[in-house]
Design a protein around this ligand. Structure first.
Ligand code: FAD
Length: 377
């Protein structure tokens, strides 16, 4: 009999995982708490674009999705440093100048993965299904839906439900896993720079950084020729600016070149939410050889290395490889997947925290630049 696999969360990791498991001939139910994002508006202020690097592209390439996703991608070959005063400084990621990371719309990427998963044989996608209860021993689950509670069960349950994972919460409540979450005392807010005369207001071939010591802002280009900026600041400090005058005065002092490029700055600042940042450590990632965590649900990291989604995609490739290496035995594949991935995800979590210090402070230091590998954000 074909095993029934439930994936909780149809975000980046869950949708990609659905595609990979369908190729193995498995019967997959993909449950997502949100309505179908392909027919609605994206959430306001939630990382509109992502830097996808070779690690992530490899996962897409293996299932034939890289060309369609890359069609709208904007390659960024280096970082452009914006000082408070003085000229911009472009720092190439590779000496040859031919290596780039790619700015990709989160929505477009998620929708492409959802399209591919929904079209794959054996995959059913269920929107507006929020996991509310799980028994990780039996695979029994309860979802809250607009029509009321729905009870289902599966042979294997994979939690791809992000940093605030309900699957992880249930495993924790059962005593099947332990977790620690290190919240950063920084939050983030998204701002935007629209196109000017139908063209980019800044160089679209770079990831733009405004390093300011205790705060920092970055901007990535979008296919509609706008940029999305992300301002990182100690979480409590955002509230200090509560009206147009104080917001404009602050940006005039600290980000003077942004002000003329951001006509919606005050509205963005006042209405976009402040996002929380943190690192999630979970151990183990699986229970009973039938329930497991993947992507941010297992190991969310801070975004300063631009690697969370790339890392989640690598998890999917590795889990698929473990299934191949164990002849499709979930009981053996799940611990093997954790064993092979844990060291890598712990390393990138530490590097992501280190890169925050580099991006907000050190990118302006010539001495530092000479001694430091500058392949990435
Ligand atoms: P998610 O994308 O969070 O998906 C989880 C899904 O599960 C969602 O669709 C959610 O609705 C659903 N869900 C949640 N709870 C339930 C439930 N109870 N029942 C059913 N469904 C549920 N990564 C990069 O690689 N490059 C970048 O440049 C980058 N920039 C970032 C910038 C910011 C500001 C932030 C915050 C993150 C950034 N990341 C980046 C990290 C990246 O966003 C995450 O690592 C990635 O989204 C993880 O994918 P995921 O599928 O594990 O989780």
């Amino acid at each position: 009999m074909t095993e029934r696999v439930a994936i909780v969360g149809a975000g980046l990791a869950g949708s990609l995982l659905g595609c990979y498991l369908a190729r193995r001939g498995l019967s997959v139910d993909l449950y997502e708490r949100r309505p179908d994002p392909r027919v609605g508006q994206p959430e306001r202020g939630r990382s509109i674009n992502l830097a996808i690097s070779e690690r992530g592209l490899d996962a897409l390439r293996r299932i034939g999705l890289v060309d369609s996703v890359m069609a709208d991608a904007l390659p960024m070959k280096g970082r452009m440093i914006h000082p408070v005063a003085g000229p911009l400084d472009f720092q190439q990621y590779s000496a040859s100048g031919d290596r780039a990371i790619n700015s990709i719309s989160r929505g477009t990427l998620n929708n492409a993965l959802l399209d591919a998963a929904a079209a794959a044989p054996g995959v059913s996608v269920h929107f507006e299904h929020r996991l509310a209860e799980l028994d990780s021993c039996t695979g029994s689950m309860v979802f809250e839906t607009p029509g009321g509670k729905v009870k289902v069960s599966a042979d294997v349950v994979l939690g791809a439900d992000g940093a605030g994972s309900a699957v992880r919460e249930q495993l924790l409540a059962e005593g099947a896993v332990g977790e620690s979450v290190d919240f950063l005392d920084y939050g983030y807010k998204e701002l935007s720079i629209p196109a000017v005369n139908a063209d980019f207001a800044l160089n679209p071939g770079a990831l733009h950084i405004w390093p300011r010591g205790t705060s920092m802002m970055i901007a990535l280009p979008n296919p509609d020729r706008s940029f999305t900026c992300t301002l990182f600041w100690p979480a409590g400090d955002f509230d200090a600016l509560s009206n147009a005058a104080s917001i404009e005065a602050h940006f005039r002092t600290h980000y003077p070149d942004l002000l003329p490029l951001a006509p919606t700055l005050v509205d963005d600042y006042l209405h976009n939410p402040v996002g929380v940042l943190g690192t999630v450590h979970t151990q183990p990632w699986q229970a009973h050889g039938r329930t497991a965590l993947i992507g941010d649900a297992a190991h969310a990291i801070v975004p300063f290395y631009g690697q969370g989604a790339n890392c989640a995609f690598e998890d999917v490739v590795e889990l698929d490889r473990c299934l191949a290496d164990t002849g499709g035995s979930w009981a053996r594949a799940l611990p093997l997947y954790e064993h092979r991935r844990r060291e890598n995800t712990e390393a990138i979590a530490a590097m992501a925290l280190d890169n925050f210090v580099e991006m907000r402070d050190k990118v302006t230091s010539p001495v530092f630049r000479l001694g430091k590998r500058i392949e990435h954000t």
